[in-house]
Design a protein around this ligand. Structure first.
Ligand code: AMP
Length: 417
């Protein structure tokens, strides 16, 4: 079977098949094989697919094929709205739309809308309309309030990283966007995880959905090699340097808990001669875009990031992810380690565990349904033992207050000196 046959069997048109070929996609990934036919048929889809499983093309291919088949007037009406939780993911999905859009019969107009940058160029770009809008919810609402975009012709809504969009911080904005959309429309929800908290919302949103769950597919999961290395908190930066050098890691994404730690660890690594940069929400959008581009191009070897970097960002050939600090939530662990081993490549995920975080890591393991062997590295063996609070799982219950965080940051800084 030739490569394109795999995609052709899913009902994709010659033009979209050419796009797949041009992108170098030989064989559909499991989420693509399962989602493309129902999306083409106009069905609602609830897709649980691990990060890196190819879920973007799973909706971009069929939706653009449908747009291609329709007659489009010169003044574009927006038919497809993709909501995403972060600016980076917006840019990435927009780019995928543009790439595939080049193969359509009639040029595709894509508008990418996100906050943190001036609104005017985005509103200007919307003059003449757009076939597809990819947006973060807040900026989308601003633009609609400025009358720069009408949502009355949307016939397909995509929620990418839907768990984030339907949970906590975004839920209000997303609800406001939903109220502006036509009631009759197709809804596609994709995420690596669907925590219980968002399940009732998804049930309200979807109409007789096709449920697709490929999270258990060995194609991605089995190829992430997980390591848990025991080390004292104060020794983590030297250990990180040691592992980068010994392992000759060409590129590594390091997750830390706070913006402060981000800057601090990146700075320490730089002072020791490693090309490192910090990536967090305090930086301007321009700086974030540049840093990410430098990292993707290999000009930066170590990117130290908060969980902002954990979602949706697609960095090809990222061999190693390190949890310098463990994520608070078990779901974030999935998202973080999903940064490596994208689309079938293999990857390494290393978590640093100290006496104080051992019980929290056990919780993460429980949620993941697997255990990771603890390891020690010569010269970095831990000497600390767990405090009674940590031993009873103090990390789990209460969210740390601002004061707790300040105290922890100060203690951490003192430990690093
Ligand atoms: P996504 O999960 O959509 O972020 O995709 C993860 C990565 O897989 C991206 O770099 C895609 O370009 C790549 N990809 C998606 N589908 C395929 C495919 N069928 N074959 C090879 N690579 C793919």
């Amino acid at each position: 079977m030739s490569a394109a046959d795999g995609f052709a069997a899913l009902g994709l048109s010659t033009r979209i098949l050419r796009a797949a070929d041009e992108l170098g996609y030989d064989v559909p990934t499991p989420i693509q094989a399962a989602a493309i036919p129902p999306v083409l048929a106009g069905r609602d889809v609830l897709g649980s697919a691990a990060t890196g499983s190819g879920k973007t093309a799973a909706y971009v291919f069929p939706l653009l094929q449908r747009i291609d088949a329709a007659i489009r007037p010169a003044l574009r009406r927006t038919h497809v709205l993709v909501l995403v939780p972060t600016r980076e993911l917006a840019a990435q999905v927009g780019e995928a739309m543009i790439q595939v859009g080049r193969f359509l019969n009639d040029p595709l107009k894509v508008s990418v809308l996100y906050g943190g940058v001036s609104i005017n160029p985005q509103m200007m770009a919307l003059r003449g309309g757009a076939d597809v809008v990819v947006a973060t919810p807040g900026r989308l609402l601003d633009i609609v309030e400025h009358n720069a975009l009408k949502l009355s012709a949307i016939d397909c809504l995509v929620l990418d990283e839907a768990d984030r969009l339907l949970d906590g911080g975004f839920a209000d904005e997303v609800t406001r966007v939903l109220a502006l959309l036509p009631r009759r429309r197709q809804n596609l929800l994709f995420s690596a995880t669907f925590p219980e908290a968002v399940q009732s919302l998804t049930a309200q949103l979807l109409h007789d959905p096709v449920r697709i769950d490929v999270t258990g597919e060995p194609a991605t999961e089995g190829q992430i090699e997980e390591h848990a290395v025991e080390v004292d908190a104060a020794k983590r930066t030297p250990l990180l340097r040691h592992m980068i050098e010994q392992g000759e890691w060409s590129r590594v994404l390091v997750f830390v808990a706070t913006r402060y730690a981000c800057d601090h660890v990146a700075d320490k690594l730089r002072r020791n001669g490693l090309e490192a940069a910090a990536f967090h929400g305090d930086a301007s959008q321009g700086a974030r875009t540049r840093t990410l581009a430098d990292f993707k191009a290999g000009r930066i070897r170590v990117l130290v990031a908060t969980d902002l970097g954990a979602r949706g960002i697609d960095i090809a050939r990222l061999p190693v992810v390190v949890n310098y600090d463990l994520p608070r939530a078990a779901d974030d662990y999935t998202h973080r380690i999903g940064r490596t081993a994208r689309a079938g490549a293999s990857g390494l995920a290393v978590s640093f565990i100290s006496a104080a975080t051992e019980s929290h890591f056990r919780l993460i393991e429980k949620r993941q349904g697997r255990r990771v062997e603890r390891e020690r590295i010569a010269g970095f063996e831990p000497t600390e033992t767990a405090s009674p609070e940590a031993a009873t799982g103090g990390v789990k219950g209460r969210r740390p207050s601002k004061k707790d965080k300040l105290r922890a940051a100060a203690a951490e800084a003192a430990a690093r000196k």
